[in-house]
Design a protein. Sequence first.
Length: 385
Amino acid sequence: MAVKVTKPEIDIREKISELDKPSGIAGEAMLRANTPQEQSDLIGANLNNIIINGDFQIWQRGDTFTTGNKFTADRWYLYGNGTTNETVTRQTDVPKYSGNSYSLRITAGGTYAGGNYAMLRYKVEPKDLMKLNNAVGSTLQFWVKADNPGLYTITFLQHRNSGSQRQISKTYTINSSDAWEFKTVTIPPDSTVLYDADTSQLSIDWIYGKNTGYATGTFNDKAWENNTSGNRQPVDQTNAMSASGKKFSISGVQFVPGKYPSGLPHLHRSYGEELALCQRYYYRTAPANSYSWVAWGGYCNTSSNAIVFLQFPERMRAVPTFGHSGNFQVADGFSVYACSSPTITDPTQENARLDWSSSGLTMGRVAAVRNLNDASAYLEFNAEI
């Protein structure tokens, strides 16, 4: 004889909510999500960090810089102050268990008195901004520490090709001296002026010096508006460079679309991935020793000029400008000769022709160029925003 047993339906979500150990707000949200996509969005699983080199792994230009204004770590520009003479250095001092490799440290060489800029800038190009045109805004997160606790400012500026700018600023508080602290800043969307073909860049400025010229108006931290310089800082902005030797450091910078007030896990990229992304904006040859080949595949078109070709490791953002430093020599297949005054001809985003002046070359022979007993010599190609 068959026996039929029936049981009432059970609402799993309801039963879990009744457990003695609650799942918490985040767990509740995950359980109530209707699709895997909703769950993925809750934890930012499909997000990519808009900030390139936010982990400060790549320093093609060197790892110590004195006095702005200049690029320091790849993609990071220091607007320094001539009287303060800040020094920027790469540090292995990072927050414990953060997953970060390096930090960027700014050290005062004097007292910042409030003139000119005192900020660290990151520029985002338009191609990476369209994803921020959403209804909820975006989130910036980072680790920071400074000798001077207090209120600090980050300013966001959308630059337009027409010459106008849109601006909003946000503050965060450093609570303790010389201790790593994790910060998140949520930025509302600009409902008036979206990112579009007229956008030239978004600059994100970590302001570490108190400049009273930027606090003469009404501090704007509520909504995007047309830029007014006097609205960028609050009157109680802290001066991190109040005396020689004072330090300000950041690490683990991430910027993503969406609102994540508690932050997201570390969105890690490998060193190779990060380097390739950086070399789209800037590429510098890196000699391994005093006689490293830097360009080849060329020929001597006269007895005083050698043409060589260089393929960039990555397609650059735009046709780059060319710079160089140090001593080089050209080899024409049999002998080597000192060369000078390299010029760039017909550069593209992928490669460039370089002409080198020399003497004693044999026309028609193959040519290649290397640094001449100079491990610090380099060629550089710049396509920064």
